[in-house]
Design a protein around this ligand. Structure first.
Ligand code: F0G
Length: 459
């Protein structure tokens, strides 16, 4: 089916889930009750839910059939071996430690490899990843290319690592203080921006020279592979599967939130190539997640994941998945609304600083924009700006990221093109009344990952 230009879905619909519609008055009450935080809305109050692409995928009939083959043995479930085989075959990593989701794997690898005072360079932070690095005593340093911080810059691989900057970090702190480079494919906080194979190869060369590991956050590796195929010279004829395997081959291990690209509602893993590190991780998982052959998952969850991994590397799947995201991005951009360019793999990111230039960053423009979009039509999105960035653990001061964004994240295989049209129309409607929108103040702030539970009031 490669010859088709259309991104039309390579599946048909067998079952539907009815949506709840709300009135403006109901939404006004709901968002106030939620403290202007879309994480605190009930999903029954939401019409189109673009909060996240995490755990929100529709599974295939094959995956559901796999759920029925769940082997719920405490130890040695046959589904574990099936998953292990899928990870080895598809990604090429040698050893598998299943975890309940991505942050379970981040917890283990951070605790295992990071010592107090260590430095972890990475291509832009992710909220849970950085927090686990900090809790283990490390300090995250951003080494993404500067283009990634500019929403207007159309660089095709805005997820790339700035190797010059990384070399300076190595020189400054010394390789001994750097347990690994934290490399994400499809950089979430930058807007789902890919890393190029060329950059990965150069990164491998540089880190090998200094004996530094690369730990790969492979949560959205299939989407990254799609962009390499589309944009990088020499990759157009390669299969998505072979590109993914090549990406993984330049790294020493990986953390995976299978709730994204691997098409499941729950699950994750840590994958490793070094036996001694694996041995310790396998020992540690017993303490924090569960036995090393289930890591906090039911047998059926591991089976659905094994099948989902296989489906996620099909060209037709990923072409339709990213195609739908690009469709929405184009519609919103055509309406004149400022967004992060180029559009990434998992969602469209509204540039809240440009959308609401009259609201200062410490009055939470992205938080308010997400609330207003909900109010407009019941669409749920997520703040990815100053609230998500949190406070510096040393100084206690707010971190002010250059990107103040609202993420419209598209669940995989869930919504239709008509839903995307409604989303674009709603965003345009909020844009039309943007000048009347005022900022927010924070009235409750939790200590960790505050964006999940913070509460706000309109100014
Ligand atoms: N790494 C990346 C790049 C992620 O996007 C996420 C989760 C994680 C790690 C953590 O995985 O949720 O399974 O524990 N991102 C979700 C999101 C929450 O909405 O972007 P997890």
């Amino acid at each position: 089916m490669h010859q088709l230009k259309s991104w039309a879905e390579p599946y048909k619909i067998k079952m539907v889930e009815l949506l709840d519609m709300t009135t403006h008055a109901q939404r006004l009450k709901a968002i106030a009750d939620a403290g202007y935080n879309t994480f605190l809305l009930r999903s029954a109050e939401v019409y189109i839910d673009l909060l996240t692409d995490s755990g929100t995928s529709a599974m295939s009939d094959q995956q559901w059939a796999g759920m029925m083959r769940g082997d719920e043995a405490y130890a040695g479930s046959r589904n574990f071996y099936h998953l292990e085989e899928a990870v080895q075959k598809t990604y090429g990593y040698k050893y598998l430690v299943p975890t309940h989701q991505g942050r379970g794997a981040e917890h283990i690898i951070s605790k295992l490899l990071i010592k107090k005072g260590d430095v972890i360079p990475g291509n832009m932070y992710f909220t849970t990843t950085r927090l686990h690095q900090e809790l283990a005593g490390g300090h995250f340093v951003d080494v993404i290319i500067p283009e990634a911080h500019d929403p207007e810059n159309e660089h095709p691989f805005k997820g790339n690592i700035d190797l010059q900057k990384l070399s300076e970090v190595i020189r400054k702190y010394g390789a001994k203080k750097i347990p690994y480079v934290s490399l994400a494919t499809s950089v979430n906080m930058a807007g789902g921006q890919p890393v190029s194979m060329e950059n990965l190869k150069a990164l491998r060369e540089l880190t090998s020279k200094h004996g530094i590991r690369i730990i790969h956050d492979m949560t959205r590796v299939a989407e990254n592979a799609y962009f390499i195929k589309e944009r990088e010279p020499g990759y157009n004829r390669r299969t998505i599967a072979s590109i993914i395997k090549e990406i993984c081959s330049y790294t020493d291990g990986a953390t995976m939130s299978a709730k994204k690209d691997a098409l499941v509602n729950i699950g994750g893993f840590l994958a490793l190539n070094e036996y001694p590190v694996f041995e310790e991780a396998r020992n540690m998982v017993v303490v924090y997640e569960g036995l090393h052959t289930y890591g906090g998952l039911a047998g059926r969850d591991m089976e659905a994941m094994a099948i989902g991994i296989g489906e996620s590397v099909s060209y037709d799947h990923i072409h339709a998945r990213v195609g739908q995201v690009l469709y929405l991005g184009k519609k919103i951009a055509d309406a004149g609304v400022p967004i992060v360019k180029p559009v990434g793999g998992h969602g469209v990111f509204l540039n809240a600083s440009a959308f609401l230039p009259h609201i200062k960053q410490d009055q939470y423009p992205a938080q308010q924009l997400a609330a207003q979009l909900y109010l407009e039509s019941g669409i749920r999105s997520m703040e990815r700006g100053v609230v998500s960035a949190g406070r510096d653990p040393k100084t206690g001061k707010n971190r002010y990221p250059k990107l103040e964004l609202v993420r419209l994240t598209i669940p995989r295989r869930v919504y239709t093109q008509a839903h995307m049209d409604v989303v674009a129309e709603s965003v345009a409607a909020v844009y039309d009344r943007r000048k009347k929108i005022k900022g927010l103040k924070m009235v409750y702030e939790p200590k960790y990952l505050r964006f999940f539970q913070a509460r706000f009031k309109p100014l």
